[in-house]
Write a protein that binds this ligand. Structure first.
Ligand SMILES: [Zn+2]
Ligand SMILES: [Zn+2]
Length: 355
């Protein structure tokens, strides 16, 4: 009898774990949830990546989903979880925070919905198409074969073998997508600077941030719920030590645009209780964005000053002249080794992009 009871408990526990492994749902407000596949896939297009959060909003007239994961397979997982959670299967709008594959890779399964993104997302989605969906099954099988061979040479399990296994799994997802004849899907509704969507009882504001991470990054503000989704714009929340904007070294940087958009988002009438990053493990605070705005302004000012006075870049890369700013945000932003390194990198990027 006791054994039977134990067995029943074990079966119950394993099925609970089974569900938990598939998706994790985090409730932000009664109408907004963050949905994440239970298993993280480290590789997207071969770059290391973290978990991918999608955000779903119940509007009273269908659902709005922000970011569609890196593959149709993961998007389907998220879609089912959201449908079950809200007991609603109509997705009125699907918003891509930009066109990189981990934010738009699952667009094609939302056949009945309007996809909304900034106009530059088209080129980003096309890159993904060229690399994966536009490839052949043969190409992906070669990749899987190669990774499996590498895996065979590793005798101990750990971070490296986990990451290779995750890459293989992702290639299998893409292979499956090709077999299922999925295609990259582009936005139906695009905009340049801002767009306001009215869906049911919700008003959703989209703000283009300017180039810096990619070319099409937007922030999505769900006014009535006081939730702001920032896609891949900031590292904050992904790793605790990362405190900076997500500027990419070899891409164009539009610091002026970032500053004016952040000022617009942080207007006093915009209440923000939750800031959600697509790759973050934790949500972060409005104060983090205030820091980023002040930080961007300070860096722009110091870079301009140094350039006009022909002071070498190294003097701005040193954190010393920014210490007051970091002190002002103590408790919000730790000034550690990683923050210093990222600062030096940010200055180099902005230096290149300021005349
Ligand atoms: Zn990205
Ligand atoms: Zn991303």
């Amino acid at each position: 009898m006791r054994i039977r009871l134990l067995l029943l408990v074990l079966i119950a526990l394993s099925s609970v774990q089974g569900i938990a492994r598939e998706t994790v749902i985090r409730k932000l407000t009664s109408n907004v949830v963050v949905v994440t596949p239970g298993k993280k896939q480290l590789h997207t297009l071969g770059w290391p990546n973290d978990i991918i959060n999608s955000v779903a909003v119940k509007t009273g007239k269908g659902l709005v989903l922000i970011d569609t994961q890196n593959s149709p397979a993961n998007a389907r997982l998220i879609k089912n979880a959201v449908q079950d959670n809200f007991n609603d299967s109509t997705f009125v709008y699907i918003i891509n925070t930009h066109g990189h594959s981990c934010h738009s890779g699952g667009n094609c399964i939302f056949t009945e919905s309007q996809i909304v993104a900034q106009q530059n997302s088209e080129a980003e989605i096309k890159d993904y198409d060229d690399l994966f969906l536009g490839q052949t099954v043969e190409f992906l099988r070669k990749k899987i074969y190669h990774k499996s061979n590498v895996l065979d040479t590793i005798s101990t399990s750990g971070v490296l073998s986990d990451s290779i296994n995750q890459a293989i799994e992702l290639y299998r997802f893409y292979e499956n997508d090709l077999i299922n004849n999925y295609h990259a899907r582009y936005a139906d509704l695009t905009f340049d600077e801002t767009m306001t969507l009215n869906a049911g009882e919700k008003t959703i504001h989209l703000y283009y941030m300017g180039k810096g991470h990619g070319d099409a990054d937007i922030a999505v503000y769900i006014r009535d719920e006081k939730v702001l989704c920032t896609g891949n714009l900031f590292h904050l929340g992904a790793y605790e030590h990362e405190t900076m904007p997500s500027f990419y070294q070899f891409r164009v940087n539009e610091i002026d645009h970032w500053i004016s958009t952040l000022e617009e988002i942080l207007k006093p009438e915009n209440a923000i209780d939750h800031v959600i990053s697509t790759h973050g493990k934790h949500s972060f605070k409005k104060e983090n964005l205030e820091f980023i705005l002040d930080y961007c302004k300070a860096v722009r000012k110091e870079v301009k000053r140094a350039k006009s006075q022909q002071i070498p870049i190294e003097s701005v890369q040193e954190i010393t002249i920014f210490e007051d700013l970091f002190n002002q945000y103590q408790g919000i932003v730790p000034l550690n080794k990683e923050a210093r390194e990222m600062h030096a990198r940010n200055v180099a990027i902005i230096w290149r992009n300021i005349k």
